[in-house]
Design a binder for this molecule. Structure first.
Ligand SMILES: [Fe+2]
Length: 253
């Protein structure tokens, strides 16, 4: 189940990352192939074995064709192979929810997670519960399962945490950033994420990695805390197994 670190004493927990910005030169994540490879080496040393690369897709502001994403993806996977990086790679997008979204879902210009029926979506921090509900329903009506990226960021949910299970009942899956668990986004987000974990409302943990320093793909320190504090089977599910299920196009839950 677990592998040993270089020292032979450190337990490394398995991790499969379904949200990161490692694809170079397409968003505010990695700016070059060189940086992407450094990020991947960090990820490999953190025992991350599978990664879905999810560049931002912002309608009318930050768009690339699926062909352009695919070409960069091929280049990165080749470069990683040449460097001996043994991570499995998949492609997706993180769609910023806004007007015009319905048409983009229909015309297939936004990539789902690894060709599954799951779509990673994000919002302004100030998004209302009504807007969250409407977006979930819209994505569902397009025949897709919405995965709410870094749900701990949305202010209204702090004050109305009961909205999270309600969104799940509507068919949404919930993702929390690993770094939030260590407090990188502040005490309020950390507390909220902890409550979601306690209630087992989280479906996926992900790095949302953007670079090699402030937002690097680090997971083991947070995982050590989580495995100590919460049900081990649940932690394994949200940090590894659910993403594996998604990659096999199986239902998560
Ligand atoms: Fe992201």
């Amino acid at each position: 189940m677990f592998s040993r670190g270089k020292s032979g004493t450190t337990e490394l927990f398995p991790f499969a990352d379904m949200h990161c910005h490692v694809l170079p030169g397409v968003d505010d994540g990695s700016q070059s192939m060189e940086m992407s490879l450094k990020m991947l080496k960090i990820a490999a040393s953190e025992n991350i074995s599978k990664m879905i690369l999810t560049p931002h897709f912002v309608i009318g502001a930050l768009e690339h064709s699926t062909a352009a994403f695919s070409a960069r993806f091929e280049a990165l996977t080749e470069a990683a192979k040449a460097e001996g990086i043994g991570i499995e790679f998949y492609l997706g997008n993180e769609l910023f929810c806004s007007g015009g979204m319905e048409g983009r879902l229909k015309d297939g210009s936004v990539l789902t997670l690894a060709g599954s029926n799951c779509l990673l979506i994000e919002f302004f921090r100030s998004v209302s519960r009504t807007a969250l509900r409407n977006a979930v329903l819209m994505v569902k009506s397009a025949g897709l399962t919405p995965v709410l990226a870094h749900v701990e960021r949305y202010y209204e949910l702090f004050n109305h945490p009961e909205a999270v299970p309600e969104l799940k009942k509507l068919g949404a899956l919930i993702q929390v950033n690993v770094s939030t668990i260590l407090g990188s986004s502040g005490a309020a987000e950390k507390r909220f994420a902890r409550n979601l974990l306690k209630a087992e409302c989280v479906d996926f943990l992900a790095t949302d990695a953007h670079n090699i320093d402030s937002r690097a793909p680090l997971v083991q320190r947070a995982l050590r805390k989580l495995y100590k504090k919460y049900d081990r089977a649940y932690v394994r599910r949200i940090s590894y197994e659910n993403t594996c299920r998604l990659l096999m196009h199986q239902d998560v839950n």
